[in-house]
Ligand binder design. Sequence first.
Ligand code: FCB
Length: 456
Amino acid sequence: MTNSLELKSLTRREILRSASAAIAAAGLGKLAYAQAEKAAPAGEDKSKAFPEKFLWGCATAGYQVEGNNTNADLWMMEHLAGTIFKEPSGDACDHYHLYPQDISMLADLGFNTYRFSLEWSRIEPEEGFFSNAELDHYRRMLATCHEHHLTPMLTYSHFSLPRWFAIKGGWEQAKAADLYARFCEKATKHLGDLVGYASTMNEPDIPQLLNWINLPGVPGGLSVAQMMASGLEKVRKQVNAPEFSDLFMGDPKRTRDGLLAAHAKGKEAMKSVRPDMPVGFNLAMSDDQPAPEDSHLAEKRADVYGPWLEAAKHCDYLGVQTYSRSIVGKKDLPSAKGVEVTQTGMEFYPECVEHVVRYAAKETGVPIIVSENGIATQDDSRRVEYVQRAVTGLKRAIDDGVDVRGYIAWSLMDNFEWMSGYEPKYGMVAVDLKTQKRTIKPSAAILGNIARRNSL
Ligand code: FCB
């Protein structure tokens, strides 16, 4: 009888073969892949090389890939009547069990870094109860990265929260920063020695960012943030928790204050355990460009990024996450007619990476890591072009002296894209949700080649 796990996992030889086939299918020929099997030869055109020790990786987030995070606030919200989630996360990519093969696949593709996150709701499922077994799970993940010579980049909080924490008021509650710092301390004691780069939190500027994006076709204008907030009272009633709040639905101002305090205390807690651990966070940044008339660009930047760029000045690095550009008028304007848009409606605009790293480095003066970039598309050849243009732009910025330390693609595999469910395909590797079988797309092999060569 065949072991079902064997069916899902790919051997190293199969990964190399299927990466090669993926490239051939993309019409790029065998040559590109053959070159990739060796490191860049001596005398390789230096003008194409990235700095030594450049971090090349792919990212995931616990909630989006692990499956069965039943103690998380989002799990609860997915299962409410009238939920705003398109579908429940369920088993997701079962990365909770399949991480050994996924991490090994990432290394075999040519990458040297894996960005993933802790699921706080697994580690502290009830307030004050910390599970050593779950902490050990993440320790095994970190150890697996090291076995494969991957630098682990660990995000301590990526959107989802323990249910109990959200029920008590999420980031708005008075004790939020202390509760978060206690979790950071416990996790760092258990895991810190294996961490390459730590991040306190993923995209804490989301509540403000969503307020600059209007839903299409609503007369008078309604921002995504307002739309989400309008569902808050209903959720509070349904779960019988008058204080319930989460990153997407809470009061944006109070949530930001809570997040800023939690970031500061969380970082302090991490450093108290391991002072030399590089700590930063990941900021959502659009490539903001002024509309020809009535542009509120400066106001948007001050509102969304201002306090966070300030906080980044006290960090060891800043992770920037960018997907497209925004033309900023009174709010972000809808994409111009006729431009190519991705599955999530964003303009196809890979040059955002170059522009955002230049801006973030200038504002903060700290090393920058592109910790997420990619597109949602069913057509992987568009992803190939996107990624190639994105890293070419990144190289221009580096050549001009911008201190960029890494490029991490979103995402390693197709996964649960929050409220949009499984429809948007951000993955470099496809996942069959029924069998959990992974299939490498050409984009994974092509970016993996660039990573292996450390050169365009
Ligand atoms: C970012 C999130 C990430 C994923 C991508 C598409 O905002 O950090 O989890 O959803 O967008």
